[in-house]
Design a protein around this ligand. Structure first.
Ligand code: C5P
Length: 401
């Protein structure tokens, strides 16, 4: 992908160097456009050296970097598949939102017809200012994309929201915007459940399982990159991925309620959550004291989320997971038909595989039987393979004749 990176005048400009390295290593072709203010924080030579390309910009001192004297802002804008401004100051955001173009980068931003991504970074009061927020809303209205700033200690010493998002997140956003969509999922609304649930006994004790949520998060990324608008209902501690509307939940019941609220507007669900099957009968509001005598906890079944969605389904497709340790295909096939799923992805967890691992492997099953195994490969690649496989099996009717 051809990435045009606008670098503007904030202290986070030095992080553009790391981003360029990541992009170049991933095989992207990067060119940089540096503003005058940006050149006080990082030099054109740094950007040119890391990208392996001339550094463009308004500063006459580095005009010598121009490869040719053509209509630079138009040529460069047409060259790019994506224009990412990292870091983006309040100034460049304000200029573009208001149609101002007084240097190469701001001119490029108006001339661009490609995707545009902003990674703002500024003081927390500046970021919170209604003028900046209004300008961001204007840019979103132009179908530009934003990697929102993170919270923490800022360069000025104040604490709050305004730090440049992590370079990894910006890298992910660029990759997601450049990915090739699948026609089956383009513009579709897909709900993904992921992670463990926690069923609390008292304020400090909980029933849960060893799922991290990694596989479900990778499924949400794979559907996003296939062109879907993804809603992730997430248990556990892992961070939410970029560009995915995420609702955090704790218990199975919270997950169920979040899913049911979204369900009528969805085109399908991918249920990768490892929902705890039992919850304590009562939640004790105070920490339970230890006793000498043996103690008993009465456990009740949690709601089966997929079964509830199946009951409320109108037109949606349903993709489930089955973590099995014995009679693998038989057990997974039973779940497929009992829950009325279009397909189920069987995860062999015998010998401790699957949960928490980096690599994983899945056997996809429809009512026509199992398909060829996917993996073992890292979970991000496996998720992409599973989504591509599912795109080709969406049409299989989940219900028996
Ligand atoms: O019945 P079992 O838990 O093995 O089924 C696995 C599939 O059902 C997974 O897709 C899981 O996310 C989903 N599930 C659910 N609600 C539950 C239990 C499992 O949606 N309470």
């Amino acid at each position: 992908m051809k990435v045009l990176l606008g670098v503007t005048g904030g202290i986070a400009a030095y992080k553009a160097g790391d981003l360029i390295r990541m992009l170049v290593r991933a095989g992207h072709h990067v060119r940089c456009c540096l503003t005058d203010a940006g050149s006080r924080f990082i030099t054109p030579l740094t950007l040119a050296t890391l990208s392996g390309e001339p550094c463009f910009g308004a500063n006459p001192e580095y005009h010598e970097w121009r490869p040719n004297p053509r209509v630079e802002h138009v040529d460069l804008a047409r060259w790019a598949d994506i224009l990412a401004v990292v870091p983006a100051t309040a100034d460049i955001i304000g200029k573009t939102a208001n149609g101002l173009a007084d240097d190469l980068l701001s001119t490029l931003l108006l001339a661009a017809e490609c995707k545009v991504l902003w990674a703002p970074a500024m003081n927390r009061a500046m970021w919170g200012h209604p003028a900046v927020q209004k300008n961001i809303a204007v840019l979103l209205g132009y179908e530009h994309h934003v990697v929102y700033p993170a919270s923490g200690v800022l360069a000025c010493g104040e604490e709050g929201t305004g730090k440049l998002a992590s370079v990894e997140e910006v890298f992910e956003a660029i990759g997601a915007l450049g990915s090739a969509p699948l026609k089956q999922f383009t513009g579709k609304r897909v709900m993904v459940t992921a992670g463990p649930t926690h069923e609390d006994l008292d304020p400090v004790r909980t029933l849960t399982n060893r799922s991290t949520g990694r596989m479900g998060i990778e499924m949400s990324r794979a559907f996003r990159d296939a062109g879907a608008a993804v809603h992730l209902i997430l248990g556990g501690e892992l961070p939410a991925p970029w560009g995915i509307d995420t609702i955090r939940v704790r218990s199975a019941e919270e997950m169920l309620n979040a899913c049911l609220a979204l369900w009528p507007d969805m085109d399908g669900v991918c249920a990768a959550a490892a929902v705890a099957d039992q919850r304590p009968e009562r939640f004790e509001p105070q920490k339970v004291k230890k006793q000498d005598a043996p103690e008993t906890v009465v456990l009740l079944r949690t709601p089966d989320i997929l079964a509830a969605l199946s009951n409320a389904r109108t037109h949606q497709w349903m993709l489930g997971f089955a973590a099995e340790s014995e009679n693998l295909v038989q057990n997974a096939t039973e779940k497929l038909s009992k829950k009325g799923l279009n397909a189920i992805l069987l995860n062999d967890i015998s010998q401790g595989k699957g949960f928490g691992d980096h690599d994983n492997c899945l056997i996809p099953i429809t009512r026509n039987g199992p398909g060829g195994a996917l993996g073992p490969v890292p979970k991000n690649q496996l998720a992409r393979e599973a989504v591509a496989w599912f795109a080709n099996h969406l049409e299989i009717n989940p219900l028996k004749d």
